[in-house]
Design a protein around this ligand. Sequence first.
Ligand SMILES: Cc1ncc(C[n+]2csc(CCOP(=O)(O)OP(=O)(O)O)c2C)c(N)n1
Ligand SMILES: [Mg+2]
Length: 658
Amino acid sequence: MTATHKEMANAIRFLSVDAVQAAKSGHPGMPMGMADVATVLFTKFLKFDPKAPKWLDRDRFVLSAGHGSMLLYSLLHLSGYKLTIKDIRKFRQLGSKTAGHPEYGHIDGIETTTGPLGQGIATAVGFALAEKMLRDRHGEGVVDHHTYAIAGDGCLMEGISQEAISMAGHLKLNKLIVMWDDNDICIDGATNLTTSDDQCKRFEASGWDTQSVDGHDPVAIKRAIAKARKSARPSLIACKTIIGYGAPTKAGTHDTHGAPLGEAEIQGMREGLGWRHGPFVIPKNILDAWRQAGARGVKDRLGWEKRTAKMKNAAAFKRAAKGKLPTGWENKLDAFKAQMAKERPKLATRQASGKVLEVLTAAIPAMIGGSADLTGSVNTKTSSTKSITNKDFSGRYIHYGVREHAMAAVMNGLALHGGFIPYSGTFAVFADYMKGAMRLSALMRQRVIYVLTHDSIGLGEDGPTHQPVETLAMLRAMPNFNVFRPCDVVETAECWQVALEQQNTPSGMVLTRQGLAPQRTTHKKTNMTAKGAYVLAEADGGAARRKVTLLASGSEVEIAMAARDALQAGGTPTAVVSMPCWELFDLQSPAYRKKVLGEGTVKVGVEAAIRFGWDKYLGPDGGFVGMTGFGASAPASDLYKHFGITAENVVAQAKARL
Ligand SMILES: Cc1ncc(C[n+]2csc(CCOP(=O)(O)OP(=O)(O)O)c2C)c(N)n1
Ligand SMILES: [Mg+2]
């Protein structure tokens, strides 16, 4: 018994409409429209093995139009992944595997979370780039796969798509194939309400190949994908489809986009498409045909496993693919810390970070650096990280261009693909431009490291457009995101160490433009930053005599230390607590936190940013020296005086509370 293409595609359509109907919410239109395209892709081209879903050389499939999640869940169930009809019946329910938008890590076969439109297509560029880089390093016998993405009108309207398309075209990522659900419909109605873009011309202008096909003609779709796979450039296939295909009265309208079709419409659809099976019933011949298609990849996968077992550096390759760090790198970092504690250089933490990266990138080949056109300012390029160009992918440094948002999404793709640890830099204030993708790094639990320099008014003359004041608070508010703000070169090294060791948490390295005095001048093997905050200088006479606790991060630790000197000269035992990472500190035991914060002492926080968030350490009675509005354009030292971020003010705030 075999099944026809139409039957196989209709299986997707009915699973989708019935699941949305059962959940009383969801998006049936897109899966109904793209069922034919997806069926051709999954049964004729996609290289995968549901029995080994993490197989490194599988093709990657990214559903950029994430609202069409039932398309993906249907495909995964039908082709044999661990996703049952029971799971599909629980679509969109608490604790189910089938969330409203596909969430990374819940089930195998989901390569990325794509709820926010446009993220998927940009992340797919990262996947394709990772593949190209790995292929260059290990050869086609080890790495040779495609990245396919389905994107909707909405994805292509989002600004991030332009950054991503431009980057992929420039890099000639020819194994990237984007299938555009060209259905002329968005939520508000027809797309001609809002756009007159010629999408094919737009992609062509960025160096892509494009084709247009009838998205309901399996032969044409097959031909187009086969052709795209031979292209020397990335490919766009515009698939002209009817949203809600098969719905008797609603097909082709925005009514099918994001609401259940209703019982009567679904009944009419069953009759129209000749589907005589009840909800969630897939006849054996159709399921068998799907499972056969799902088993196509087994042979390929077994062959790959044999080949890679024989690689001469097989163990190191597998370690890196799993995101494990090579052995011995911590010793090199420790030697660096020891040397810095002895040499005591006065460095901006961005420079300190550059020095640390010099050590780390030499020891950890999986690290891939980059910057959004600020290489000289963010110090992310090292002697180990040669530039990647569209002719040579053997390098380890990506020039992202002035494309911060795509940079973050591409880093997500590199991390999700496996084999690489991406880090890259821009000015801290432009975290706003990357936030959408940074949030996904956190939600998807990916080790992506954001180097965020020029972190306060301390950057000086460029002025308030460049001076973050609320960025730290914004980043600290994000769950599963570690915000590091080191005070000197030794702390910077420690921050990097923690960031690399946290395999499931992204990090922000918030770094200064201006030089900072060394604070950690005796070498300690222990990573003090790993505790998030620690007593940098205890009060004279010991903790029991402490009257004042000054809490600071980054560049303001220096100010706190000067204030401590003044307070102690006046007879007030004062401690300084360095707080390079609040998130890690909050994880420590209550006893440790109490000890560090100095229960019952006067507390004053100092940070060249807004107070938002500090109250949890300072309490309502604590003092704070920082910013209350935007900065200004002037030399840094003038600005610190102008805004009152001075040791004198810290002393005054403490004294007022004694
Ligand atoms: C960044 C972002 N903005 C808005 C939304 C809400 N949203 C979800 S789908 C959609 C319309 C998408 O239209 P299209 O991509 O054409 O999908 P179709 O209706 O064709 O399925 C919108 C605005 C979103 N998910 N992400
Ligand atoms: Mg659309």
